[in-house]
Design a protein around this ligand. Structure first.
Ligand code: HAM
Length: 430
């Protein structure tokens, strides 16, 4: 019996046999994850890891019962003790749960966390949407300062820039505080009421449950109707406006190109004040590479101190697919420094000892373990992209010396066994 992978998920392989599967090759993932770790650390963020599943109520309370994520997309199940648990659809709520549960909010008022973690959403299958996706995210907890907003946006932008991504646009908006959103919601409903029959069926449903999300609609007729709609920026308080203006002005100074998008409201209930997304033209309809915003009330809502916070999440699948579309993929899997081919049992023992010694000295050494014939062992050395190859038979054993052959140039260096490490370290790469 052969089994197939579940819908909407994928394997990450050392080398994908299909050209269109290049984005699933593990060396690209390692490269991107290393850059993420490096940059988050440089900005003073420390790694946090939370479990794959949490109490369902955590997400209902924070992301919102009426959000698409909670109402349609969660993988929810009962455990054997009849508790309702859900695979995490996003990373922010679990981190705040952990902060409060571990009393970290009592120990220090400032926390800066980053994570690289899989998230689970039962999405309709389409390009750029997966049922398990991987996010790089950060959460900066404890600072009201607009500089904190700018630092977080900067980090995300620099991450993309360090990977070499091009043609990105930062979209910024402020959705104010709860009071502003209540006033705006009423004004928007009043504006949309005469057009209710013309709206798409999704937007008609949202009119009752979550009218602000109608602004997000991709339906072209909805968008036309929305052209004359009230703007949320006209409803935010003086304080929110000052904060937002400061963020925009400073981002301008740092040279990141941005647009104010007054339709950007984000799909999760915990947001307030600054919200942002970075989009890429290379992605088509699902063009959001990453996004985030402030969620100043969430720590308190989940039982902790009254701490403000801001963060982002970016899907690594979309990042990597954009890298491929923009042809900025790092070179493939690492090459072996040396590949030894033993001829005979005694040579095999000797090669194993040599390879073990080299590996202890951090040299990428490989050998044929299967007693293959010379020709097929050479083929394996080729696949390993070994830079140097050495064949060891009776003569070499006797002389304790091997001819190292550089595969790219054909040049040969006779090398004593005891000098292998020295020679491999001395030869400049071809
Ligand atoms: P989000 O916008 O729902 O925000 O997701 C963040 C990013 O994850 C998206 O921009 C996208 O790149 C990626 N993503 C989301 N869903 C999928 C999917 N089904 N398939 C592939 N990629 C996907 C959050 O999750 C917030 N927790 C971000 C945040 C952190 N806000 C504050 N702190």
């Amino acid at each position: 019996m052969r089994y197939q992978i579940a819908k909407g998920v994928f394997d990450i392989l050392p080398k994908d046999p299909h050209p269109e599967g290049q984005w699933r090759e593990s060396h690209i993932w390692q490269f991107v994850e290393n850059v993420a770790r490096e940059i988050a650390t440089e900005y003073g963020f420390q790694e946090i890891r939370t479990p794959l599943f949490e109490a369902t109520e955590l997400f209902t309370r924070s992301v919102g019962a009426d959000s698409d994520i909670v109402s349609k997309e969660m993988y929810t199940f009962q455990d054997k003790a009849n508790r309702s648990l859900s695979l995490r659809p996003e990373g922010t709520a679990p981190i705040i749960r952990s902060l409060v549960e571990n009393n970290l909010d009592q120990i220090s008022p400032i926390h800066k966390f980053f994570y690289l973690a899989p998230m689970f959403r039962y999405e309709r299958q389409q390009a750029g949407r997966y049922r398990q996706h991987n996010q790089f995210g950060v959460e900066a907890i404890g600072s009201h300062s607009p500089y904190q907003d700018i630092e977080v946006v900067h980090l995300l932008w620099n991450f993309y820039e360090r990977l070499g991504l091009k043609d990105l646009v930062l979209q910024l908006n402020s959705i104010g505080d709860r009071q502003a959103r209540t006033l705006f919601r009423d004004a928007l409903k009043k504006f949309l009421h005469p057009h209710l029959d013309e709206l798409s069926s999704d937007s008609q449903k949202r009119y009752e449950t979550n009218p602000i999300r109608i602004l997000d609609s991709k339906d072209s007729n909805d968008q036309k109707i929305l052209e004359g709609a009230p703007k949320i920026l006209d409803f935010i308080s003086e304080e929110s406006r000052k904060h937002f203006n400061f963020v925009c002005e400073f981002i301008d100074v740092t040279g990141i190109p941005y647009q104010i998008n007054d339709h950007l409201v984000r799909g999760l209930d915990y947001y307030n004040s600054t919200v942002f997304e970075i989009t890429s033209g290379a992605l088509g309809a699902q063009n959001s590479l990453g996004g985030g915003g402030r969620y100043d009330g969430l720590v308190e809502e989940l039982g902790g101190a009254d701490l403000p916070a801001i963060g982002f999440g970016t899907g690594l699948e979309r990042v990597i697919r954009t890298m491929i579309a923009q042809k900025i993929v790092p070179s493939s899997s690492p090459r072996a420094d040396v590949y030894l081919i033993p001829l005979g049992e005694e040579a095999q023992r000797e090669c194993f000892k040599l390879v073990s010694q080299l590996r202890r000295r951090h040299i990428h050494a490989e050998m044929d373990l299967m007693g293959k014939k010379l020709k097929s062992a050479m083929r394996v050395a080729d696949v390993a992209q070994a830079r140097w190859v050495g064949v060891i038979g009776d003569v070499e054993l006797q002389k304790r010396q091997v001819d190292l052959k550089e595969m790219a140039t054909g040049s040969i260096i006779p090398t004593l066994f005891q000098e292998l490490e020295f020679v491999l370290r001395q030869t400049p790469p071809s």
